[in-house]
Design a protein around this ligand. Structure first.
Ligand code: GLU
Length: 378
């Protein structure tokens, strides 16, 4: 029995285009089966958020294309058309089970602002409380490279943090994370049953797989599992084409590959947001002593250890901290603007007030507002 899965009360289920569609057309039976299982989970008293791909594929199909769009604007156009088709499937299917659905379209830039993140969290929590099933997708219309999650694996891991879910289920078209790369002619390789820690060996096994319509391969799924683990959630990668798979996963049966959150140090929701959602507005280059104080002693960042300031940021903005080798070691929310950090860097804490004429405290980044990234990737 896999208790991290069977005990989960709040579950994020991500379904990929490759199982929801075939050559762009919706697979009615897959939708029906997915909806049946999600409805049953809610009847068990569990709260489920669905992160669904398929908009681009279904839109391209509606537009009569044989490709998913040849340029980014074409893909965005297809997504805008297909999102309606996608939601119509969910709306009609859940209505037959007496459930309402809600469409939630997110972008990374939409929730990297802390205020908006909290708004999205409140909306999702309210929907769940009302018994509505939120269906989340990326808002492809406004998405460009810098502001997007990029793929729904990544999006779903961020949604785990948004709703404080205990379990992320990634439904895909393979049985789990294969132990070795599949070959076209050979037999299907065995998959991992339980992964306690994502090691380099496991990363190698994930190799590179891609589908015409979905963006995520196994690598993005591993990243999602790692991100989810940092907010304390377990992840299961399982074959969404198998009947009843979601119910079996959620009742703790050995389906697919389970990633335990245990080994990863859990970050509070705010720090998780800072490490994985917020995008840095600038960079603070630290000397070796400050880098060590952050990495090894979990200290706050003082002005004395900052050698240089890059970028334009204001008070409260996220920035990256780099060590003398240029390696990013931490992210934090700054207590001073870029202009003012430039004036106080290298100075002692005592000098802040006399140089700036005010003080927001002795730390440029307080340790409560700092995430060390070695932890993030370990
Ligand atoms: N948002 C895209 C869609 O709905 C899918 C992205 C992905 O599959 O990762 O078509």
């Amino acid at each position: 029995m896999r208790t991290p899965a069977s005990r989960a009360r709040r579950i994020v289920v991500k379904v990929g285009s490759s199982i929801l569609t075939a050559a762009g057309a919706a697979r009615a039976r897959v939708f029906t089966e997915l909806i049946r299982q999600v409805a049953e989970l809610t009847e068990q008293g569990r709260q489920v958020v669905v992160v669904s791909s398929g908009a681009i594929a279904m839109g391209a199909h509606r537009l009569g294309w044989t490709h998913p769009g040849r340029s980014i604007p074409e893909k965005q156009a297809a997504a805008a058309v297909g999102q309606i088709a996608l939601m119509e499937r969910y709306r009609a299917g859940f209505a037959r089970r007496g459930r309402q659905v809600a469409q939630v379209l997110l972008t990374r830039s939409g929730i990297e602002d802390r205020e908006r993140f909290l708004n999205a969290r409140r909306t999702l929590a309210t929907l769940l409380r009302l018994g509505v099933i939120p269906i989340v997708n990326e808002n492809d219309t406004v998405s460009t490279e810098e502001i997007r999650f990029g793929d729904n694996d990544n999006l779903s891991a961020n949604v785990v943090n948004l709703v404080a879910a205990e379990l992320l289920v990634l439904l895909t078209d393979v049985d789990g994370l294969y132990r070795s790369a599949p070959t076209p002619a050979g037999p299907t390789p065995a998959h991992w049953d339980v992964v306690e820690r994502i090691t380099p060996e496991i990363e190698r096994a994930a190799g590179g797989s891609d589908h015409a319509f979905g963006r995520g391969g196994m690598i993005t799924k591993l990243e999602a599992a790692r991100t989810a683990a940092r907010s304390g959630a377990a992840t299961v990668i399982a074959n969404g084409r198998r009947r009843g798979v979601l119910l079996r996963v959620a009742s703790g049966e050995p389906e697919g590959t389970l990633f335990l959150p245990g080994q990863e140090r859990r970050l509070g929701s705010r720090k998780h947001w800072l490490a994985f959602t917020a995008s840095p507005r600038g960079e603070l280059r630290l000397d070796a002593g400050a880098a060590q104080a952050l990495l090894e002693r979990g200290r706050s960042l003082l002005p004395a250890g900052i050698r240089a300031v890059v970028g334009r940021f204001g008070v409260g903005d996220p920035v990256r901290c780099t060590d003398p080798d240029g390696r990013e070691i931490a992210r934090g929310l700054v207590a001073y603007s870029a202009q003012d950090v430039t004036r106080i860097c290298g100075l002692s804490t005592r000098q802040i007030e006399s140089v700036l004429g005010y003080s927001n405290g002795g730390e440029v980044i307080h340790r409560d507002d700092l995430v060390v990234l070695d932890e993030r990737s370990s």
